[in-house]
Design a protein around this ligand. Sequence first.
Ligand code: CP3
Length: 342
Amino acid sequence: MPDPPLLLAARRRPTPFTPVWLMRQAGRYLPEYRALRARHAFLELAKTPQTAAEVTLQPVERLGVDAAILFADILLIVEPLGVGLEFAKGEGPVIHRPVRSEADVARLAPVDVASAVGFVFETVRLVKRALPLRVPLIGFAGAPFTVASYVVEGGPSRDYLATKRLMREAPNAWHRLMTLLADATAAYLNGQIAAGAAVVQLFDSWVGALAPDDYRAFVLPHTRAVIAALTPGTPVIHFGTGTAGLLPLLREAGGDVIGLDWRVDLDAGWRAVGEDVGVQGNLDPVALLSPPETFEPAVRSILRRAAGRPGHIFNLGHGVLESTPVEHVKALVDMVHELSAR
Ligand code: CP3
């Protein structure tokens, strides 16, 4: 059995076609997910290994993607801090006791990862047993900055005012919070790897809000610490959005594959991170709302820019949107396989 295409690409080895998976491939655009969600709250689905494994496998069977992504959330790791995490209806995540000061940081409970998120490791074991050998499981966690942004803001944010103020006004508290998150995140990812995740992705979804100098001073050392602490031999995908001006710094922080969003041409992004790492991306998720013949030129353009060089994993530039027709997603996966066959 040769290595699965996604693992080969993550190691910049040649593949018979460009492997493809999609961020948020498990989620609300899938009718079978919505059917389960009608009966269970999101956190209940994520915390029950049997249902979390079922949701992880749903898109693999339906779409023919080259990887499964664990069904979980980047905020599961903050629940044990005692900040009052809730997934409120229609609003996304809410943190009832946001962390805004030195005293708030001092109050955080240390995370005992094995006991706090053991259910995730059990999900990984169940999924691993059920997956075909050619489909590796991608484990994931939020990168310290993106997770900290929720913990500080109390939910999603547009301008990250409280986060940026904490960085500047209480840098010691900021670094303490980031160190605590980085330690927990490394243990969390290593637990997923030990349980059977073949690749891990670090989501720094909102890091594009930062000036490069702020990334260097307040974020890079912590993301680097997470990646450096991971079990050797497991490829790491390091992803962010709005990162066109940060790409060399993301690469400096680490990762075998750097995720690109759609705001940068794939070949320019690859040059910016360096040709000695892989890249993942980078179709605009909104493109999938329109019929396949309308997004085919963009898919061809991405593949042309990758030019068959080993190390490209096809993906969207961010997650699948809820209103995306499933047939369009399936058409994309088939299109990437057909157009990239070598
Ligand atoms: O298919 C997959 O990608 C795996 C599952 C996954 C989820 N969240 C499930 C989920 C992954 C990889 C995540 C990561 C995640 N979670 C990120 C980083 C990726 C990104 O999108 O940038 C972030 C920022 C979060 C935090 C989060 N969780 C938000 C902002 C929301 C609400 C917004 C939304 O899309 O609903 C969630 C909830 C969430 N996480 C859902 C799912 C399927 C929807 C919950 C529901 O069913 O109501």
